[in-house]
Design a protein around this ligand. Structure first.
Ligand SMILES: [Zn+2]
Length: 134
């Protein structure tokens, strides 16, 4: 990690991909990439332009003999409790229509997290279990 800061601390959004595996009904996230040099980082936009994200997924796939793969994406929003933007919805729609397996989408805000799961062309909110819940 060189010069990595979360968008919640600076002016630009941050993001990356989630890498993991599918086990029965579960998605196990094991690694994530962080913003890379060629990514497009703006105040309200993060675009994974750097090839390093795809390379990390390919490397994980090879090293795990085909069990670890791209399972989702994360990025930050400069708002306390984030909600997906129209661009987020459009981008995710393209991803989930291309894939048969569920995909995890995370948005980190300043105080909260938005989590969703995309499957069969549709992205649904995941309910968040608070740390305070019994
Ligand atoms: Zn977004």
């Amino acid at each position: 990690m060189n010069g990595f800061t979360l968008g919640t601390q600076g002016d630009a959004e941050a993001g990356g991909i989630l890498i993991g595996s599918y086990r029965g009904n579960h998605v196990q996230v094991r690694q994530c990439t962080v913003p890379l040099r060629r990514d497009l980082r703006e105040r309200y936009l993060f675009d994974r332009k750097d090839r390093g994200h795809q390379l990390a997924a390919t490397l994980a796939w090879t090293k795990s003999f085909g069990t670890e793969t791209f399972v989702g994406e994360w990025h930050t929003h400069p708002e306390d409790f984030p909600t997906p933007s129209m661009i987020d919805r459009a981008t995710w729609g393209k991803i989930v229509r291309r894939r048969a397996s569920p995909i995890v989408f995370l948005i980190m805000g300043r105080k909260g997290l938005w989590a969703g799961c995309g499957h069969r062309g549709d992205v649904k909110n995941m309910s968040l279990v608070s740390a305070d819940s019994p």
